[in-house]
Ligand binder design. Structure first.
Ligand SMILES: N[C@@H](CCC(=O)N[C@@H](CS)C(=O)NCC(=O)O)C(=O)O
Length: 208
């Protein structure tokens, strides 16, 4: 059995939704921040972490999504076949893991981005992070123009985008109002029964 370690509402929600969409056999386990079990699997202390029965551990959300697609080749969540189709999937996974997700780091953890720990300095870091989030949401919004999902057909990129879109909705003073295509993607995902099931599970799950 595959185990996905997560914390409620983090980016681990993306692979969690992907596992549900794929109909995979898995269990999802809460990994409290700083817990010995989590640090033994991932010295960085971050989730998501995926572990297989034989003890093999995989970290990094993009790698986990790729691995799940290889394990579940009939999921239909892996973008178009061929070099360009696969490159498009890679492009958007890289955008999400490398551009949009990191834009939130200064918003959630401003203390890590300034040696000046005053409230004023940290508020400025948050403001700069919000600017980065907005820039990346504009890019995502443009990609979604005329499409229901990021690549056209639904893919793991949509599952992974969901936690970030939720963060943006919660953190931006005007929510997603300026990003109508992103808002439409949010509404589509929020209405999905598998997404709702995953959100409920995460909200109710307790650490072992
Ligand atoms: N590059 C990593 C980032 C993972 C990450 O930052 N996870 C956050 C939750 S969204 C976390 O667990 N952070 C804990 C920490 O940085 O201390 C990935 O894509 O998996």
């Amino acid at each position: 059995m595959t185990t996905l370690y997560f914390r409620n509402g983090t980016c681990a929600l993306g692979p969690h939704i992907a596992l549900e969409w794929m109909g995979a056999s898995y269990e999802a386990v809460v990994a409290p921040a700083g817990s010995a079990e989590l640090l033994a699997m991932n010295a960085s202390g971050a989730v998501p972490v995926l572990k297989e029965d034989d003890g093999w551990v995989l970290t990094q959300a993009g790698a986990i999504l790729r691995y799940l697609l290889i394990k579940h080749p009939d999921s239909g969540l892996g973008g178009e076949d061929g070099a360009r189709g696969q490159a498009e999937l890679e492009r958007w996974i890289c955008f999400l893991t490398g551009d949009l997700h990191p834009a939130f780091f200064p918003v959630f953890m401003p203390d890590r981005y300034t040696t000046d720990q005053s409230d004023d300095a940290k508020a400025k870091v948050v403001e700069a992070g919000i600017g980065l989030v907005r820039k990346n949401l504009r890019l995502l919004d443009a990609q979604l123009e005329g499409k229901e999902w990021i690549l056209g057909p639904r893919s793991v990129a949509d599952a992974y985008a969901f936690p970030m879109i939720r963060w943006a909705r919660a953190k931006l003073p005007d929510g997603l109002a300026a990003y109508t295509n992103v808002l439409a993607l949010y509404d589509r995902l929020a209405a999905d029964p598998a997404v709702q099931r995953t959100l409920k599970f995460q909200a109710e799950a307790k650490a072992p």
